[in-house]
Design a protein around this ligand. Structure first.
Ligand SMILES: [Zn+2]
Length: 272
């Protein structure tokens, strides 16, 4: 675990994810089950630029390589994430890095909702905003990042991840109910109850995983695209490849492949 004095400054933490801590370090060695791939459209809703790239981008590259459509929705622009850069400047840099990083894994559409980085609040307004996104994109699967209290062990999760993930699960259900947020329906957005599951990347309760062995390099390139952010962290020796290798190898062992991305599955359909 790499923790120095300066890592105690919250603005230098990449969303509470530390290299080398092992998001899955505490769990037993129950084998992972492969995630289903019989779907066409995924919507990835995460709090910050880089959340997809710290583990999920290679899975996205696999899916887009199969011809699936994947869209990114960023709740904030991560504008409070670089200590030495003002939020107005940072927002522009991080949005550009996110768009470039998405393109590397075959994602052509990235939406930014513009909520304030670091202080996203769980509640009805966030559910309303996310239900609108779900109704517009009508995905089969929604991906978000871990929203449990920790990454496993003692490393606390970041509050935006927790707020966004909880709201994603609720908004997916809300989106299917005609009489919730009816102003959206009146404006022409039909309810959408077709989401089969929400998948949360890196959850300590992961029981599934995606084989990313063949798309691992795209995942590394996608994380490397966040260079201003990674430089801004002030870590002397952070290596995107090394970080992703450590994390993905652990999950890979439990799936019986070289590299994998772990996900918690939250079924959204009846009878699952
Ligand atoms: Zn984050």
């Amino acid at each position: 675990m790499i923790l120095s004095m300066r890592d105690t400054q919250p603005e230098r933490r990449p969303c509470g994810k530390w290299p080398g801590t092992g998001m899955l370090g505490h769990v037993d060695v129950e084998p992972f089950k492969p995630l289903p791939e019989s779907w066409d459209r995924a919507l990835c809703i995460v709090a910050h630029p880089d959340d997809m790239e710290f583990g999920a981008a290679a899975a996205v590259a696999r899916w887009t390589g199969q011809g699936k459509e994947v869209v990114y929705c960023l709740v904030t622009s991560g504008e409070a994430g670089i200590d030495g850069m003002s939020p107005d400047e940072c927002r522009v840099v991080r949005e550009a890095e996110q768009v470039a990083s998405a393109e590397i894994v075959g994602v052509g559409l990235v939406e930014f909702l513009g909520l304030p980085d670091g202080i996203v609040e769980y509640g009805v307004p966030l559910r309303r905003t996310l239900a609108e996104v779900v109704r517009r994109h009508r995905p089969d699967v929604v991906v978000t990042s871990n929203f449990r209290d920790t990454w496993g062990g003692r490393n606390l999760n970041q509050p935006d991840h927790i707020a966004v993930g909880r709201a994603v699960v609720d908004a997916v259900r809300d989106a299917g109910i005609r009489w919730l947020f009816p102003e959206q329906v009146e404006a022409g957005l039909e309810p959408w109850g077709g989401v089969r599951a929400v998948w949360a990347l890196g959850s300590p309760q992961s029981e599934h995983a995606v084989d990313i062995t063949d798309t691992f390099e795209a995942g590394v390139a996608s994380l490397t695209a966040h260079s201003a952010y990674i430089d801004g962290l002030g870590w002397d020796h952070f290596d995107p490849r090394e970080f992703l290798e450590g994390f993905s190898r652990q999950a890979g062992q439990r799936l019986g492949v070289r590299f994998a991305a772990p996900f918690e599955v939250l079924p959204m359909g009846w009878g699952d």
